[in-house]
Design a protein around this ligand. Structure first.
Ligand code: FES
Length: 122
């Protein structure tokens, strides 16, 4: 079983999920087995304004552990990520980063702000 731990910059309590990557898709939003697919399929909310189609950055997560256990980012994902507020070297789009290894221990940080929240606050 793979483990995914989600921590929040906002201070919300962390969430931990255990799952079998081979059982994907879990929810059918984002790529099958992506962080978004896994979270939604386990009842955990993650913003996904474009429906998991690599066309926004609201699903931005920062991978704190296990980045090498995820699928390689495509050029399209990297282009979108360039627009994400608070971009870091381990940033990924949750709808595109697929957990590929059944023994993965992944930790992701959900940043406090997404583009949607920033524009709402103006
Ligand atoms: S949900 Fe829009 S890019 Fe991931």
């Amino acid at each position: 079983m793979a483990r995914l731990r989600v921590i929040y910059e906002s201070g919300e309590p962390e969430q931990v999920i255990e799952f079998d990557p081979a059982a994907a898709p879990f929810h059918h939003d984002g790529r099958p087995g992506s962080i978004l697919d896994i979270l939604l399929g386990h009842g955990i909310h993650l913003e996904h304004a474009c429906g998991g189609n690599c066309a926004c950055t609201t699903c931005h997560v920062i991978v704190k552990q296990g980045a090498n256990r995820l699928s390689e980012p495509t050029e399209q994902e990297e282009d979108m990520l360039d627009k994400a507020p608070g971009l870091t070297p381990t940033s990924r789009l949750g709808c595109q980063a697929v957990v590929e290894d059944p023994d993965s221990e992944i930790v992701v940080l959900v940043p406090r702000y997404t583009i949607n929240q920033m524009s709402e606050g103006r």
